[in-house]
Each structure stands twice: as structure tokens, then as C-alpha cells.
Write a protein that binds this ligand. Structure first.
Ligand SMILES: Cc1ncc(COP(=O)(O)O)c(C=O)c1O
Length: 353
């Protein structure tokens, strides 16, 4: 796999440091993966006790406890939820099942969609215009992929605004995959999501990563939402999620303060962070974002800036592989002290120029 296609390359970074990997993981400031800096409250002794008792058995093949907890959190019926070991692996799995005639990707897009489409789709069309007429070549066995909120821009398009696109998708009767991985940062209200429409649209799916919002990319866990019958013909691994993953997620979902804590953090951090970033001589423009990350245009080459920041143990995402040229970076919004460290590092670098 080409590592430059993904943020969060902390292990590769650790290889370049004189410290142990463990030490580097503790000290690196990773702005390149858009992970919530607010961690859900986990009762670790309780989690460990439950996991120890379960470890000697295979997990529940139906993952009942977690499926129900996720269904509840996202206002769905449990039959609409399929758990996967992360959305990245679900993307490959879905494409290998669907084997689309044509895949229409609205770009820039998370690179795993391109990888899966190149492997399993006969034709690929990339378009930046989700509001343009759909290509007439879309057959019933074609797939349209939309990421909403988008990455790396962080633009959220409400379902009612997507209506012209959704109408065309219905006319073509093709598959629709909508990746709402970053939507929890905006909210869980049903009207923000395509979830309420899934029961009427058996060829639509929502892909929901849980690792960003619940701050746990180290465990591989994600959920697919669809009408109850949509995913049953597909072949899934028997035990996609380990009991440890399941226990972690159950605890995370139990933290009733997590939404409020995340919301408050984003409310207080976003504006001052953007203001401070704009003052850096390296930053030419900050694009509007409603998500927990920021796309910035840089005056200098993004690759150069990313490399220089590594000396400060800071990782940012060069957006070259998104097809945005050499002058765009994506920066996650992290906690106040962490954001301050990035701002300070940018100042130090600019003084050296
Ligand atoms: C839009 C989008 N969807 C899905 C994923 C992958 O999520 P997971 O951690 O569940 O594999 C990412 C990761 O960066 C992403 O940006």
C-alpha cells in the first residue's frame, strides 16, 4: 500500500526517530489523521474484566450487544446495522461483492474508494460536480460514491440539498454509497443524514466509520447502515470484530457526555485555531469547513512544510494525493495545547526563513 495516500503514518514516522516506537507514539502530534482529541470515558478495569471473561470464547457471530447499541445511537433498527472491521476494509469488501460496471466517484475522495474501484469496477468516472447530470452510462449495476461531510474539505451538504442527485440515482436505479464518517462531528440528528431514507431505498448504504468520532483508529471497527435485506446476500467474515473491540466500543457508546464534550471542544477551538493559522506566512487560504479538520492552501510546497514540521514531531497531511496539487494541506483540529504547539512550530519555522 502507498503510505502517502493516508494520514496517520505514526509508525513510519517512529522509524525515523531515535526514540522507541512507544515513546514516539506518546509524543508525536498527529494532525494528519482527523481523530477526535476528546476521548470517550472508558472504565478500563470493567472493560478488562469483561474482555478477560470473553477472550476464551469466539465472539457472538451476530454481535448483538454492539449492533443494538450502535442502532440505538444512530436511530436505526438493529437489522439495518452490519458491523465491519473498519470502513476501509468494508469499502474493499463491498466493491468485491458489487463488481460494478461503472463507479462514479465524487472527488477529491478517500483513496480507498479509488483503490477498490480500480480493483473491482469495469469503468471508473471521477467527477468534482455532484450537482451535474449523472453520466448516462450508469447501469443498474453501477455504484455512485459520495463522502459527506467531504474530505479533505470538510463541506457538509444537507440531504435536502442533495435531492436533485438522489432523484437521478433513483431514476438510474444504481447503487449509492454515502460515507458519513465525519457526520457525528456535526450531529446525530436524523435530518442531517441519509439514514431515514434507507428503508425505502434498498440499493443505498451509509458507511459509518466509528474510529474518528470515538477516537479509536487503533481498533478496527465500523458500521454499514442499509435496509434490512440489502446486505444479507453479501458474504461477510464470520467474526469481523474481536471481543476487545466490541467491549471498547460498548464503553465508548455508554459515555453520555461524549457528544457534549466533543461539541464544546469544537465550538471553542475551531475559530481561534483558524485565526492563528491564517496569521502564518505559510498559509495562503483556509477553506470553510464544518468538520473537525481544515483544508488550507499553502504559499510553500505542502510536502516541504510537512517535512519541516516533522522536526517538531508534528504530522500534517499533504493533500497532493487527493489531486489538489502541491500546495494544500489538511490539518485536524486538536486540543488547545496541541493546536498551540502547531502554531508555535509554524512561527519558529517562519522565523528561520
Ligand atoms: C471519508 C473516510 N471514510 C472512511 C475512513 C476510514 O475509516 P476506518 O478507520 O473506519 O477504516 C476514512 C479514514 O480516513 C475516511 O477519511
Amino acid at each position: 500500500m502507498n503510505d502517502t495516500q493516508h494520514g496517520g503514518q505514526v509508525y513510519q514516522f517512529a522509524q525515523t526517530q531515535n526514540n522507541s516506537t512507544e515513546q514516539t507514539l506518546k509524543t508525536v502530534l498527529d494532525f494528519s489523521a482527523s481523530i477526535n482529541p476528546i476521548q470517550p470515558q472508558i472504565h478500563w478495569p470493567k472493560l478488562t474484566r469483561a474482555a478477560q471473561a470473553q477472550l476464551i470464547h469466539y465472539p457472538d457471530t451476530e454481535q448483538r450487544a454492539l449492533t443494538h447499541a450502535i442502532a440505538k445511537r444512530f436511530s436505526l433498527n438493529a437489522q439495518q446495522v452490519t458491523l465491519t472491521n473498519g470502513i476501509s476494509s468494508a469499502i474493499l469488501q463491498l466493491f468485491s461483492e458489487l463488481k460494478p460496471d461503472t463507479t462514479l466517484l465524487f472527488t477529491p475522495i478517500y483513496s480507498e474508494y479509488q483503490r477498490a474501484a480500480h480493483k473491482h469496477s469495469t469503468h471508473i468516472i471521477e467527477s468534482t460536480q455532484w450537482n451535474a447530470p449523472l453520466p448516462t452510462s450508469l447501469t443498474q449495476n453501477s455504484v455512485v460514491v459520495l463522502v459527506n461531510p467531504s474530505t479533505p474539505e470538510g463541506i457538509f451538504t444537507p440531504p435536502q440539498t442533495l435531492e436533485p442527485l438522489l432523484k437521478q440515482i433513483k431514476q438510474h436505479n444504481c447503487w449509492l454509497l454515502v460515507d458519513e464518517s465525519f457526520l457525528p462531528f456535526i450531529g446525530f440528528q436524523a435530518n442531517l443524514s441519509l439514514r431515514p431514507q434507507l428503508n425505502q431505498q434498498p440499493k443505498w448504504m451509509v458507511l459509518q466509520s466509528l474510529t474518528k468520532y470515538y477516537a479509536c483508529p487503533g481498533i478496527r471497527i465500523g458500521a454499514l447502515f442499509a435496509a434490512p435485506e440489502t446486505l444479507t446476500p453479501f458474504t461477510w467474515p464470520a467474526w469481523p470484530i474481536s471481543v476487545l473491540d466490541e467491549q471498547f466500543m460498548l464503553h465508548a457508546l455508554n459515555d453520555t457526555q461524549h457528544d457534549q464534550n466533543t461539541h464544546c471542544f469544537l465550538q471553542s477551538e475551531t475559530k481561534p485555531f483558524i485565526k492563528a493559522l491564517k496569521q502564518s506566512p505559510f498559509i495562503a487560504h483556509i477553506y470553510p469547513s464544518q468538520a473537525n479538520f481544515i483544508l488550507a492552501k499553502t504559499h510553500v510546497k505542502a510536502a516541504w512544510l510537512a517535512e519541516q514540521l516533522k522536526a517538531h514531531r508534528i504530522l500534517i497531511r499533504d493533500c497532493h494525493s487527493f489531486g489538489l496539487g502541491e500546495n494544500h494541506v489538511r490539518i485536524a483540529i486538536k486540543s488547545n495545547p496541541q493546536n498551540q504547539q502547531l502554531i508555535t512550530a509554524l512561527k519558529v519555522l517562519s522565523l528561520k526563513q
